[in-house]
Design a protein around this ligand. Sequence first.
Ligand code: NI
Length: 136
Amino acid sequence: MVYLTRSEHFNAAHKLYNPAWSYEKNEEVFGKCANENWHGHNYELLVTVKGEPSPDTGFVFDVKRLSDIIKEHVIEKVDHRNLNVDVTFMEGKMCSTENLAIAIWKELIPHLPAGVKLHCIKLYETPRIYVEYFGE
Ligand code: NI
């Protein structure tokens, strides 16, 4: 089994704010991320697929095709957008990096060809903070 990773980049705005809580509680829990007037992050998205290399190509999957799939189904929808208001697959969810990684997994799964298994979504919110999601 070989693991193949493609990295993509996007910029997006968000805020973390639970409408069921008071302003003070949101400030206490989310700090600067609760800022009413939004803030942005430079996200790095690493998508890892796994499989056996093809005897014909030596590839687990054509990495250009993987990049095209990520761009079409994720990057186009989130890059230079406001995650809370512009992105339909984040509707009704708290816009945390955790929830974004899960949502990206769900967006990609239907578009990967049979035989190519999604292994991990690794999403950096900052160079020092990232989440990993393995589908469970
Ligand atoms: Ni934030």
